[in-house]
Design a protein around this ligand. Structure first.
Ligand code: KIV
Length: 303
């Protein structure tokens, strides 16, 4: 496995050569290590963290501090992948200067290589300011979960001619503002393909068909670790939830039947030391320190 760190020119080269870009989310050290070792190009510490790890009903409550902690863990686990921190709701919408400062925290405090934020033309100035500060930005249009109330639910975007046109304009504005790539979420495949062909930066699809320059999935969906729901666009490559349940049941049974811990999980004291201990215990049993006797009032226990 090639260990050279993935760079932005590598992504451009892949787009030029028609080689699909791979991207997955991760939120902790062990899964970041696994994704990195699998040779995935991009790791997104998505704000989906709020739903699949923290158990919120949407991504909206996620805070900067929660995101930074997850990003730090991922950065400790990944060596090769290009790392992207997802800016949480209200960390970039209110004020451009605040957005730049918060983007900077992902780089300075959490070792991310780039940030991602949601929105089209309305965030173009923010994207420009962050990239001017030297921080690469990934855009995200189509279904943007942080605006779920405004969108009226998790519905497919760009399904009318006018809406598809809006999406194209958003994509072009983000490219012009300096985004290095754009996530297209839950948009019709032909619309995604059209946008992909019009852009010189890569598109990464999630529920956007096969013609985007790359694909991303939430790792908990891919591994079958999140059982609340599975979006239509996600594919489960494993059912870890079932495996975990099986392992936990086995553990419970083995503890209850005293088959765990087995001898190989157990530590020994040499006979000679044990005999000496028993003798010491006998000598001490007549002069148990007051505090000890008090705290261990059950004097019936014999070792
Ligand atoms: O938060 C996230 O995981 C995302 C991906 C679905 C693109 O934004």
């Amino acid at each position: 496995m090639e260990r050279k760190k993935v760079t932005l020119p590598d992504l451009s080269r892949k787009k030029e050569q028609g080689i699909p870009i791979t991207m997955l989310t991760a939120y902790d050290y062990p899964l970041a290590q696994a994704v990195d070792q699998a040779g995935i190009d991009l790791i997104l510490v998505g704000d989906s963290y709020g739903m699949v790890v923290l158990g919120y009903n949407s991504t909206v409550p996620v805070t900067m501090e929660q995101m930074l902690t997850a990003c730090q863990a991922v950065a400790r686990g990944a060596r090769r992948a290009f790392l992207i921190g997802d800016m949480p709701f209200m960390s970039y919408q209110a004020d451009v200067a605040e957005a730049v400062r918060n983007a900077g925290r992902f780089i300075k405090e959490a070792n991310m290589d780039a940030v991602k934020l949601e929105g089209g033309r309305e965030v173009a100035n923010t994207v420009r300011a962050i990239t001017n500060a030297g921080i690469p930005v990934m855009g995200h249009i189509g279904l943007t979960p942080q605006s779920i109330s405004q969108l009226g639910g998790y519905r497919t975007q760009g399904t009318t001619a006018a809406a598809a046109h809006e999406l194209l304009d958003d994509a072009l504005a983000l490219q012009e503002a300096g985004c290095f790539a754009i996530v297209l979420e839950k948009v019709p495949d032909r619309v995604a393909e059209f946008i992909t062909k019009r852009l010189h930066i890569p598109t990464i699809g999630i529920g956007a068909g096969t013609h985007t320059d790359g694909q991303v999935l939430v790792i908990h969906d891919l591994l079958g670790l999140f059982d609340r729901f599975l979006p239509k666009f996600a594919k489960q490559y494993a059912q870890l939830h079932g495996l975990i349940a099986q392992a936990l049941n086995e553990y419970k049974t083995e503890v209850e039947t005293r088959t765990f811990p087995a001898p190989e999980h157990t530590f020994a004291i040499q006979d000679q030391e044990w005999e000496a201990f028993l003798q010491m215990k006998d000598e001490h049993s007549t002069q148990v320190p007051f505090a000890f006797a008090d705290a261990h009032a059950d004097t019936s226990r014999v070792y």
